[in-house]
Design a protein around this ligand. Structure first.
Ligand code: FES
Length: 487
């Protein structure tokens, strides 16, 4: 019997991004009903799909691991206890199914034996008996089960699907993840605060399915809330497929300003003129932000409070480990301190934010072209990691202009994205003039962008952004398809 799967599970089973399945549904090459795809249809379209053969799945998992930082690199399998409980849920469903089948089998056997008694006198009864017998024989000799059904059972044990109301988003909970961690990894903007069971901001209602507490929470829900199915998403995981009710951020206005003190974890050169600053927040304090946003960093040094604003270069899903690409800039007091060796591991850094509107909306599916100049790559990296997590974008391209010798300081990372994703393209250009280079980069991008709904996101110094915008205008790109961030 065919089984209905959510888009996330179907994509996971056949090892391709959700965005590709969405495109196939839109084009009519894959049938869906109410947003669900049945396993027979999946097998028709992907006849050779095998979970263990899905190299794409492994490549995507590797890229995600690299994006999400060490804290998020956890085993693919949940702990034995969670596995056992998911198996228990599965076995209960199986037992129920078996009980029904036995009842139907008994019903058919009773009908045949009853008809046996009348067959000598009643021709209709005899024909009905033959029909039931041949029907039963057909069932017993029927084709082997759809292998995707067996893989679905396995998937139900190693992960659980969560459908969110009212947005309709869905995502998988894997490994040791809490429901909140899994939602953030999937690029969703759930409401939360501490991430550690203290604030209650991640409270959501479970409409159906079973959850289990995986981390102690000091925040206590009232007996009425518990009775109504409210749980803390940061301290619970899913034992079975779930439907939950919770609100998601739809833009920067939904994210409150936060202030916290983080520690410098490391400072590493990415090139001669670019430093990678890694900050880590305390366990009980996370920074909630949207991909593409920035924060103001402040350091007390020799009686002065040095401050500057920088885009976050990491994924919002790893909210404790914040990465920044600091360019050598004599006008930036914090960067100057860092390049002069005045900022060291374990130093405190005040973080205030997030700030900025350079973000993608929810449910973006159309192709995206990113145009970056030098460290304009930083917020774009965060956005690309978000796009990878959300798996909803049809195709995305990065065109990166370097005006300095170390301008393409993470070209290897971009090359690994090209390797992992068929729908990602990377094009590098070097030119010391940000305006002339920006215009050329944009012309090349426009020659490749064939869809009339492609969105263009630009980030870099003012001359670069202005040159790109002007060139986009000359190529007939409307303003409402352009998003700009001047560094
Ligand atoms: S995020 Fe604070 S309790 Fe869950």
């Amino acid at each position: 019997m065919a089984r209905a799967l959510t888009l996330s599970k179907a994509a996971h089973l056949v090892g391709i991004p959700r965005g590709t399945l969405q495109r196939m549904i839109r084009e009519g090459s894959l049938a869906s009903f109410d947003g669900l795809i049945d396993t027979d249809e999946l097998r028709r379209v992907f006849p050779t799909a095998r979970l263990e053969d899905s190299g794409m799945l492994e490549r995507v998992a590797r890229i995600r691991d690299e994006s999400f930082g060490r804290r998020m690199r956890e085993r693919a399998l949940p702990p034995a206890e969670i596995l056992a409980q998911r198996l228990f849920v599965q076995s209960e469903e199986l037992a129920e199914l078996r009980r029904h089948l036995q009842a139907y089998h008994q019903l058919v056997a009773t009908a045949i034996s009853k008809l046996d008694q009348d067959a000598s006198t009643d021709d209709t009864a005899s024909r009905l008996r033959q029909m039931l017998e041949s029907g039963l024989a057909d069932v017993l000799a029927s084709e082997p089960a759809n292998p995707l059904d067996a893989m679905t059972d396995m998937l139900n044990v190693v992960c659980a699907n969560v459908v969110v109301r009212p947005s309709g988003h869905d995502f998988l909970v894997e490994g040791n993840d809490s429901i909140l961690q899994a939602a953030l990894k999937a690029g969703l903007g759930f409401n939360y605060g501490c991430g550690g069971g203290n604030c209650g901001l991640c409270k959501a209602r479970v409409v159906s399915g079973e959850v289990r507490e995986v981390m102690h929470a000091d925040y206590r829900l009232s007996p009425l809330e518990q009775q109504q199915g409210w749980v803390l998403l940061c301290s619970h995981t899913a034992l079975s497929d779930l439907v939950i009710e919770t609100l998601e951020a739809s833009g920067p206005a939904d994210i409150p300003e936060q202030q916290l003190v983080a520690k410098v974890r490391s400072l590493q050169p990415l090139g001669d003129d670019t430093l990678l600053l890694h900050l880590q927040t305390p366990r009980s304090t996370r920074l909630r932000f949207l991909a593409g946003q920035g924060v103001t960093l402040g350091v007390a040094h020799e009686g002065t409070d040095l401050q500057s604003t920088h885009p976050v270069a990491s994924c919002p899903c790893d909210d404790r480990n914040l990465l920044f690409h600091l360019p050598r800039d004599p006008l930036d007091p914090l960067a100057r301190l860092a390049f002069d060796g005045g900022l060291k591991p374990q130093d405190n850094v005040n973080v205030r934010g997030p700030v900025g509107e350079f973000v993608l909306g929810t449910n973006v599916e159309q192709p995206i072209v990113f145009l970056a100049c030098d460290t304009g790559f930083a917020p774009i990296k965060s956005l690309i990691e978000h796009v990878i997590a959300a798996e909803s974008i049809e195709s995305f391209e990065l065109h990166w202009l370097a005006t300095r010798s170390d301008g393409h300081y993470q070209a290897n990372l971009c090359a690994s994205w090209v390797d992992a994703f068929d729908n990602f393209g990377f094009h590098a250009l070097s030119d010391p003039d940000p305006a002339a280079g920006g215009a050329l980069l944009t012309r090349q991008a426009c020659e490749r962008a064939h869809r009339s709904d492609t969105a263009f996101l630009l980030c870099g110094p003012g001359e670069f952004v202005e040159a790109c915008r002007a060139e986009l205008g000359r190529n007939g790109i409307e303003e409402n398809r352009i998003l700009r961030n001047v560094l």
